[in-house]
Each structure stands twice: as C-alpha cells, then as structure tokens.
Design a protein around this ligand. Sequence first.
Ligand code: 1HN
Length: 347
Amino acid sequence: MTTNPAPDLLTRRDAFYRELEPHAMAALWTRLRKLIPSEPTPAGVAHRWSYAAARPYLMESAMLISAEEAERRVLLMENPGLPGTSCITSTMYAGLQLLLPGEVAPAHRHTQSALRFILEGSGAYTAVDGEKTYMEPGDFVITPAWTWHHHGHEGNAPMVWLDGLDIPIVSFFNGGFREEFDSVVSPVTRPAGDALARYGTGLMPVGYQASTLNSPVFNYPYARTREALFALPHAGAPDPHTGYLMRYTNPVDGGWAMPTIATMIRLLPTGFATLPYRSTDSTVFVCVEGSGHVMIGDQRLELAPHDIAIVPGWSRYTLHASQDLVLFSYSDRVAQEKLGLFREQRF
Ligand code: 1HN
C-alpha cells in the first residue's frame, strides 16, 4: 500500500521513533521488509580453495607447532564474505587438519558435532566414544556431539582430512560446551571395526536401542561408497539436476547420518553437466576424485581432487564433469528439513 503522509505527520513519526529508542522498543513497520525478506539473500560468497595451493601451508604449519601443542593442528577456511567468523558458511565450519606419524591430538569433547572427510594418508585413527577407526582417503567419519575423541597416527606419511563442524549452529543457540580429558588419550573399550560389523552391513543387533541422534556407524569407508556410486550408471541415467546423488544414512531409522549436518556424495560421469538448481542450504563441496567445475552465475570454480568449494544458499548453480567427478558435500539441510525450512528449485 502506498500513501503519501503529510510532512507534519512524517516529522511526528520520526519523533515518535526516537522516543521509543531509550525504552528498547521500535516500530515494526519501519523494519518489516528487512526482518522478513521475500526470499533469502545468499550469505557469504562462492569460493574455492585449491588443495594444491593450501597443502604447502599445512605442511609448513607442522614446522611451527606439534599436533599436541596446537590441540588440533588445523588451517581453517573462512568464507571471504564472512570475515572474522572463522566459518565457511553462515552455519558450517571447515578446516584442514594435519597429523604426522607418531603424533597424537589430545582427547576432548564438545557439544559441536564434527565430521571428518579423509583427503590423504593412511595409518591414522580417530578414537570416538571408546572405539578406534582407522581412516583411509574418501572415508566419512562422524564425531557425535559430546563424545570423547582423540586422534593418533601409526602410519608413516602425513595424514590430512577435512573437519566439518556445526559451530555456527551451536553458537546461534549459545549451546557451546567443551571439556579436556584428564589424559592425552581417552580409553578404548571396543575393537576397531566393531560398529561397522554391528550396524553397517544391513544387519542390526536384535533389541538395539539407539542412544544417540547419530548413526551408530561412525566410519563409512570409501571402498564401499565408491563401489555403490560406480554401480549406479549401470542401472539408469543420472538425475538431470543433481547427478547420481546419494546421502549417508543412519541405519536405525533411514534418516540422515548426523542430526545437524547433512552429508552426501555424488558421481557425475565424464562429460555430464547438471541443469541449474538451487536450494536453501549453503553447501560445502569436496572433490574426492576426477575433475570438473561448478558455475554459479558467471563465476566458474575449478574442481580438482581435494579442492573445496562453497555454493551459498539459494544461488543457482550447475556442476560439470570433465573426468568422472566424485563430490562429497555437507550442509545444514538436515536441520532445515526438521524445522520445515528447506526449499529447492529445479530449472
Ligand atoms: C575439533 O575438536 C577437531 O576433534 C577439529 O579434530 C576441529 C574445530 C573447532 C572446534 C573443535 C577435532 C575443530 C574442533
């Protein structure tokens, strides 16, 4: 509705607004449009971190500090559109963690949930809630909120993985707690591979009662994931907007593997390009293998193995594969779905 109030009325309104200020009040009608926008404006910017460019800095960091002294020797990736936040999107954190042979990253726990996506190396493990899992490139590993965890390395080459955490979500709710364990490592009470054997084979112990919001499978090995992905092209064409897109599931209920972070992996066969798509979740992409690029408007982000790219929420984008492209991705989609906020659009 457009009306043209008399100048005198406008003056009286301004005076009224100023009168409200010291009472910690304001007139909604002066703020409504900004408070309730007609659609999301993307938070943060599209960006790509080249692994080849980042890796030397990560290795240099090992000459300056040990994993134990740093607690976690990580170079975090901060969205250039969100300076000072230490976050890669408005709801997610991302960092590259380096562990050298023989090092230990000491035990602690926090209410933020974490995922690890392994980029290079072999022989390192993470111990989570009493069980070690040895990590291999392409594995997706879960550290549920408030579980004791430490990392160790029994191999002989640097081990690098991507840490993804829901830090901004926990901050939004002001729900952050952290504790250090009394000793460097937390107790390991079950053999490595126990969770995968019990819950990760399509079987489940009879009478199993879930005690966590997370999948009891806390390492999804890439060997199995890859086999599934590369079997899909034999059974039909890829989705035109997303490619062969799969989500990591919790075998207890078929839902997402984690309560706040949605995790997915997809295959885009050589030469395939998606049709334009957008969704309300800002998404972190990790190139696992192959090569290609992502177009966001007229911005082109190259994807080579271990490169990391951000597509801000509600930005229209396409994905292009020059060589069989495998992309891991994570976002707050699971939280948005639970709150009834998730939307997507296919063009
Ligand atoms: C954390 O606990 C880890 O356990 C990695 O490896 C990165 C970033 C912020 C807060 C806690 C880890 C983290 C973190």
